[in-house]
Design a protein around this ligand. Structure first.
Ligand SMILES: Cc1ncc(COP(=O)(O)O)c(C=O)c1O
Length: 372
């Protein structure tokens, strides 16, 4: 059986280093916001080319805390509208609601699965205050167009990078490789998840925020720790959303390998893209910056293809089977129509892709798909 994602195998290579880190933290006896969190924050900020990184408990909190931070700074207020792709993982939309803001859904492009900037202007009202762009499946959203719109309508830009660690490499819009770019990117923040299955995955829940905005970084650093910078002095109504010390230690082990892992993903994607030849299957668009957190194909009879692959020993997954606006949790949206989003959810299927997948396995997936 070719597993969709073999987390045991992915992490086995680091077992010794993980043990060493565990011993180190045990010896230190400092379990909350210690040296490992601090060094991971420094390392990840360096990696992303941003001035600040704040480690938090998970990716959902990373998004919520960005919004809560902007609220504390007076840049957002309760009831403001946030534009967000209709085609995303539910966490993106939940973050807006949990920050007492209002999500306004925007259809994606069928070709990229990411928010269609051409549809943004029509959704802007006097209450619109930010765009939450998602780099779905590891592919960058159309950030140049999104930033232009944000400038034109004076909107904040927040990015959900939960699926796109490292996609900034060779891409100047996602992060800030130069000082000029950093200034340009002020008032701009990216949320990351280190959920175990992500391109950079912890051994449990973990997340982070990167930004070049000093004021935002300061307030989020406080908000994640009960609204307190100084022990037992609370400036804000805060949260307990600290990046766990052990998870930070494990992430410090894995971060130096992220680019190599992404390279392997890209190599597999390259082979899928050039060698899968089947009229019934639509392949994703190939872009230089795509880090292929997921390799998502489309086909009309998706469930039949998934069953066929399973019969042939290939595990696949669906990201995602039900669009957010059709979820029971959002009953008030259930009658809304987002035809492109719905088509995507009906047709997508994610093939196995990971840094530990062998080329023999890739060969096999290609052969079975071409025989379909
Ligand atoms: C696009 C997207 N946003 C946000 C999240 C939330 O991350 P977490 O599960 O770490 O809270 C996820 C991950 O599950 C995600 O895929």
């Amino acid at each position: 059986m070719i597993k969709f994602l073999d987390l045991q195998k992915i992490n086995a290579v680091y077992q010794e280093q993980f043990q060493e880190k565990l011993n180190l933290v045990l010896d230190n006896g400092w379990f909350i916001l210690g040296d490992e969190v601090q060094s991971f924050e420094r390392n990840f900020a360096n990696y992303c080319g941003t001035k600040y990184c704040i480690g938090v408990a998970n990716g959902l909190d990373a998004l919520v805390l960005i919004f809560k931070g902007y609220i504390q700074l007076g840049k957002l207020q309760k009831g403001d509208e946030i534009l967000v792709p209709a085609n995303t993982y539910i966490a993106t939309i939940l973050s807006i609601i949990q920050a007492d803001l209002v999500p306004v859904l925007v259809e994606p492009r069928l070709e990229t699965y990411n928010m269609n900037p051409d549809l943004i202007a029509a959704k802007i009202t006097p209450k619109t205050k930010a765009i939450l762009a998602v780099h779905l499946y590891g592919q960058l959203a159309e950030m140049e167009s999104i930033k232009q719109l944000a400038e034109q309508f004076d909107l904040l830009v927040v990015e959900d990078g939960a699926q796109a660690h490292g996609a900034n490499i060779q891409c100047s819009v996602f992060s800030a490789p130069s000082i000029e770019k950093q200034a340009e990117n002020l008032s701009h923040a990216v949320a990351f998840s280190f959920y175990p299955g992500k391109n950079l995955g912890a051994l449990g829940d973990a997340g982070a925020i990167t930004t070049n905005d000093a004021a935002l970084a300061k307030v989020i650093r406080s908000l994640r720790n009960y609204g307190s910078e100084k022990k037992y002095q609370n400036e804000y109504i805060g949260f307990n959303s600290r990046l766990d010390e052990l998870q930070a230690a494990f992430l410090n082990v894995k971060l130096p390998h992220l680019d190599a892992d992404n390279y392997k993903r890209k190599e597999i994607a390259k082979r899928y893209l050039s060698e899968i030849k089947n009229d019934k299957i639509v392949l994703p668009i190939s872009e230089q910056s795509h880090v292929f957190h997921l390799f998502v194909i489309r086909t009309e009879n998706r469930d039949a293809l998934q069953e066929y692959l399973l019969q042939n020993g290939i595990e696949t997954m669906i990201h995602y089977p039900i669009p957010p606006h059709k979820q029971k949790a959002f009953a008030e949206w259930n009658t809304l129509s987002f035809p492109i989003t719905e088509k995507i959810h009906n047709e997508v299927l994610s093939l196995p892709i990971s840094p530990v997948m062998t080329m023999d396995e890739v060969d096999f997936v290609i052969k079975i798909l071409n025989n379909y």
